[in-house]
Design a binder for this molecule. Structure first.
Ligand SMILES: NC(=O)c1ccc[n+]([C@@H]2O[C@H](COP(=O)([O-])OP(=O)(O)OC[C@H]3O[C@@H](n4cnc5c(N)ncnc54)[C@H](O)[C@@H]3O)[C@@H](O)[C@H]2O)c1
Length: 274
């Protein structure tokens, strides 16, 4: 049987990194984004859809014959309350509701370290299922994403895994990312574990590589069958030479959410102009 996986936000950073890595025999990737997606390469088993995750009719149609959804689409940075509410919160409700209506049984949701951004680093390794302490409107939306996932799992029996992603990029870009980095290959390993683990129910797991400087627990990700094979330490000398060690009094050193906990990210004050 061919498995069809719908990936929303597939034109973005994570979607682009996962597109070749999640390709497999007997698997169709249905890639959806509001932005234009790069055309299929020769022999690539993909279906391309341009639509918004806020459009229920389009999402119901996108869910047809789908076995699992990886929901990445939305604002991945801080934004106005209106945009965050519409795209990240309402959009995730639309994705889950469309999945329920079309009988899709498994949904993997991209949450973020910013759902627990104000957790202090001094409290030690950040465990799985930490109580929310969002640092921004964006972080609040990820808490709502997790809550929606939990409700759809409990009420309708969907399997929903929410991943609190650290920093998923080709390579760590700064010193904080030496702790929070999820390598693209490890990202693919984690998504594969989420797709294949039997009957997970609702889970919250950290999305991080097994970095020497890791801040986040891997217990629950291991319970899904994920094994990290990468470690940001191979980039440490280069990153430290460029940026120097973290100032211990900086937001980046003090909080899980890093600089997002600081005044630059105070959207409420910015929106009010005072
Ligand atoms: N990359 C990371 O390190 C990281 C860390 C934490 C969480 N995340 C989360 O993972 C997901 C993917 O992150 P990313 O880095 O690829 O972000 P990105 O901004 O590169 O990609 C997001 C994609 O979503 C699309 N999108 C925006 N609004 C949409 C809509 N209404 N309908 C459909 N698509 C829409 C955008 O066009 C874009 O291609 C996001 O949910 C993000 O919040 C990423």
């Amino acid at each position: 049987m061919t498995a069809r996986i719908l990936i929303t936000g597939a034109a973005g950073v994570v979607g682009t990194l996962m597109r070749p890595r999640l390709a497999a025999e007997n698997r169709v990737l249905r890639l959806l984004d509001v932005a234009e997606l790069p055309a299929a390469r020769d022999g690539e088993n993909v279906e391309l859809l341009q639509a918004s995750v806020t459009d229920m009719a389009a999402m119901e149609s996108a869910m047809k014959d789908v076995d699992a959804v990886i929901h990445l689409g939305g604002h991945s940075l801080e934004n106005t309350w209106e945009n965050i509410l519409r795209v990240n919160i309402d959009g995730t409700h639309t994705v889950l509701e469309a999945a329920r209506r079309q009988g899709v049984r498994r949904v993997i949701l991209a949450s973020s370290n910013h759902a627990v951004g104000y957790v202090e680093r001094a409290s030690g390794e950040a465990g799985d299922y930490l109580f929310p302490r969002p640092d921004t409107y964006y972080g609040v939306s990820k808490v709502a994403v997790e809550a929606l996932g939990s409700m759809y799992a409990d009420r309708y029996g969907l399997d929903v895994i929410t991943i609190r992603i650290g920093s998923c990029f080709e390579r760590p870009k700064d010193v904080r990312m030496l702790s929070t980095w999820l390598s693209p290959d490890d990202g693919a390993r984690l998504f594969e574990a989420c797709l294949s683990v039997p009957a997970p129910g609702f889970r919250i797991v950290w999305g991080v590589s097994d970095n020497d400087r890791r801040w986040f627990s891997l217990d629950e990700a291991h319970a899904l069958g994920y094994e990290s094979k990468d470690n940001s330490e191979v980039y440490a000398a280069e990153v430290l030479a460029e940026h120097g060690e973290l100032d211990p009094s900086s937001y980046a050193a003090k909080y899980v959410g890093g600089a997002w906990c600081g005044p630059e990210f105070d959207t409420a004050v910015k929106e009010a102009g005072r």
